[in-house]
Design a protein around this ligand. Structure first.
Ligand code: FAD
Length: 442
């Protein structure tokens, strides 16, 4: 069986891995536009610093990425985040520790007494009666109140999706949380019931020695497939029972094709034979986001923690600042420190696309205003993602349901990327495994 995979991010690479795992004799070709694999999973190296351009790791409480690491023989490069980096901070006018126990929650200055009472009332708040979609803001206001939503959910959704509660669908972005309300009538009741059933340690952030790219490199070497880099695929055409893959000076026919490209790219690839699917794919929105890495030869700040997220109402220009060299110790040369500031997202998309100089100023101001660091960084690295993270807006689930229903009319064609059912690395790997099973029909 001749199979093409278009797009060599983690979705494409892990789909290729699982196809070969289930069907070793499959003849797989992976096309990637850039000169390297990894997509949003890419580590830049500068002056001894390792700067993650996108994801910096995955949580160990979901089995998916860990399973892939084991199956591909990459356990020796696994890297656990430092215990000193467990504390997370929220900036809402002042920098406060994110409370992680009921006792700490009662004491936190992040919410007023009234705000905390409203959170406690969650257990009595009536559950939603129908299955209609709603924004995270509507969901949050109903369940835990305005204050909790504007502080905690706002910071959390900026950190995960670079979005805001008003602009993202609760069931699409946080399906497990919404399921708790549906099954137990209340999030607290659901969490307590789950805690009883699933007693055990929570997840720890994991990554790889040398940065996430070292995993992509090792995984791709273990693949035993044909990898074509610098291949900007422009269109697909139906060819008998299969598909012709077309790029610059490239025309190849395959029995099956898996599109692991961003939705707006997949849209253009299928447009000539499936305009209805193309339109729907184009409706999937993306948030721009920029990353500014700031390296310091010396810093007085002890950086004990994971980093911080700022709330919208704190009116800062950065979404958050990750203390990367505290999370994974090899991200900076010995004695040096690395911070990564995130700018833009749905909160302020225009900022993400500013010039390098302006982004650097915004990052330096963020570090100064929030953390009191005035020292000029010794190393600076900027990465701009014009269309960085899919934003699962209200209506997303209905849209993708229709897309996946329609795609069945095109035998041998599959869609798999972070645009549909989860953006985390664990989601991407889990969906790739499912997709690979479908491709080889196991
Ligand atoms: C700033 C940032 C921080 C993040 N942090 C985390 C984190 O800490 N933890 C986590 O779990 N997730 C994180 N994520 C999300 C996660 O990194 C992504 O969801 C995931 O890497 C997406 O993988 P993918 O393969 O689906 O898509 P992509 O990585 O976007 O891969 C798509 C690939 O297709 C290629 N391509 C595009 N067009 C064509 C074409 N015409 N022909 C051929 N190839 C093409 C691209 O070059 C790319 O390699 C983060 C994302 C960003 C942007």
């Amino acid at each position: 069986m001749n199979i093409a995979i278009v797009g060599g991010g983690i979705s494409g690479v892990s789909t290729a891995f699982y196809i070969k795992h289930y069907l070793p004799e499959a003849n797989v070709t992976l096309f990637e536009k850039e000169d390297h694999l990894g997509g949003k999973m890419n580590t830049a190296k500068k002056e001894g610093f390792l700067i993650e351009e996108g994801s910096n790791g995955f949580l160990s409480n979901k089995p998916d990425t860990l399973e892939l690491v084991k199956l591909s023989g990459c356990e020796d490069i696994l890297l656990k985040s430092s215990d000193e980096a467990r504390k997370r901070f929220i900036f809402d006018g002042s920098l406060e520790v994110l409370p992680e126990s009921p006792g700490a929650f009662i004491k936190t200055p992040l919410l007023s007494f009234k705000g905390k009472l409203r959170v406690a009332y969650e257990i009595f708040a009536k559950p939603k009666k129908d299955d209609s979609d709603e924004s995270l803001q509507e969901f949050g206001y109903r369940r835990v109140g305005k204050e909790m939503t504007d502080v905690f959910l706002d910071a959390m959704v900026a950190g995960i999706y670079a979005s805001t509660p008003a602009k993202i669908s609760a069931p699409a972005a946080f399906p497990l949380v919404v399921k708790l309300e549906k099954e137990y009538g209340s999030l607290f009741k659901g969490m307590m019931a789950k805690k009883k059933k699933e007693a055990g340690p929570g997840g720890v952030l994991m990554s790889f020695k040398g940065g996430v790219s070292s995993f992509v490199d090792r995984l791709s070497k273990a693949l035993n497939i044909n990898i074509v880099k610098n291949a900007n695929i422009k269109a697909l055409k139906k060819d008998g029972d299969g598909y012709k893959v077309l790029g610059d000076n490239l025309q190849m026919v395959f029995d099956r094709v898996v599109l692991c490209t961003p939705a707006f790219v997949s849209s253009e690839l299928v447009r000539n034979f499936a305009p209805d699917i193309a339109d729907r794919l184009n409706d999937i929105e993306y948030s721009p986001i920029s990353i500014v890495g700031l390296g310091y030869d010396f810093l007085k700040h002890d950086l004990k923690g994971f980093g911080l997220l700022a709330t919208t109402r704190a009116k800062q220009k950065v979404l958050g600042i990750l203390w990367d060299s505290s999370i994974f110790l090899d991200r900076a040369p010995k004695g040096k420190k690395l911070l990564r500031a995130m700018i833009g997202g749905q909160r302020s998309p225009e900022l993400a696309l500013k010039s390098d100089e302006e982004l650097i100023e915004l990052a330096k101001n963020g570090v100064k205003n929030i953390m009191g660091i005035e020292r000029v960084p010794d190393m600076i690295y900027v990465k701009r993602w014009e269309k960085g993270i899919p934003n699962y807006k209200v209506g997303h689930l209905e849209n993708i349901e229709k897309i996946f229903e329609k795609i069945k009319e095109h035998k041998g064609l599959y869609l798999n990327s972070n645009a549909y059912r989860g953006i985390g690395l664990n989601d991407c790997v889990s969906n790739s495994k499912k997709c690979a099973k479908e491709v080889v029909k196991i």
